[in-house]
Design a protein around this ligand. Sequence first.
Ligand code: ADP
Ligand code: MG
Length: 326
Amino acid sequence: DSIANQIAAGEVIQRPASVVKELVENSLDAGARQIRIVLKDAGRTLIQVIDDGKGMSPADAQMAFERHATSKIKSVDDLFALHTRGFRGEALASIAAIAQVELKTRRPEDEMGTWLKIAATKVESQEPIACGVGTTISVKNIFFNVPARRKFLKSNETERRNIFTEIERIALVNPDIEFIVIENDLQTLHLPPANLRQRIVQMQGKNINQQLIEINEDTTLAKIHGYISTPQYARKGRANQFFFVNNRYIRHPFFHKAVMTAYEPLISASESPNYFIYFEVEPDTIDVNIHPTKTEVKFENERALWQILMVTVKESLGKHNAIPSI
Ligand code: ADP
Ligand code: MG
């Protein structure tokens, strides 16, 4: 059917960063509290995600790599079913088709875990193994069997940046989850469990703390919360600007304009503020570009939300400067 076509295999996994995103989201779905991401050569030779989630039974472990085996898609709307991240039943199958995959997993109720090896979609071996509760998935030599794709990979620096972009987006909606990144045997990132403000500081550095202004608005169309930066800290050039809807990162140029409009009287045209803005809306009031890897979203009440966002930011800036807003 058309949905299946739209999410055709290779589309889901385009680069090491896609693997990281899919594996980490699975770990979150499994209720992990700590997620370790191990990388070699910017994910080119190894991407390993180790979680302390609920694990899988031996039968589930084997099933997990079958295409559509776990698909929860019933309609197009479900493609961005925002109450659960895992909605395609496609990611592990896609990964197993283009890499050498190993899985170790154990549920708390099982005495022994399962150790599974897969290459080019075929289960090569499955045996019991003693291991901790949770799941470790190792993805080796991405695109080993797809030379065209392998050639398409960018420099390690670029692939690494893409990976960290995904990790950052995920970490910013899961501040209470611990993330550890180990690259070529060195720990390069450690985010202990935190609240949102602390998580932003962990990611952006201590200097950002003093410039954060909390925003909070509750309307019938949306709840909006998060942090914006004081105008004094707006800088020339690129800033850290994030929108999330229902805990998913989105790009939204139109809402970006709303934020900039609120800042306009306070900063010069070449400056950009930092912002971390979270929307919560009813899932049926947004429409997502059919492709699951896209970050564009259309809101039903876009104009009204533009206004709400603009006023929320403006008032928060006004309150912060103790000057009357509007
Ligand atoms: P989806 O997440 O859309 O269901 P995936 O291909 O990403 O599809 O994963 C397939 C299934 O494998 C999941 O539904 C889940 O049951 C299981 N699974 C994958 N990763 C984990 C994990 N880290 N911990 C527990 N179960 C997992
Ligand atoms: Mg998944």
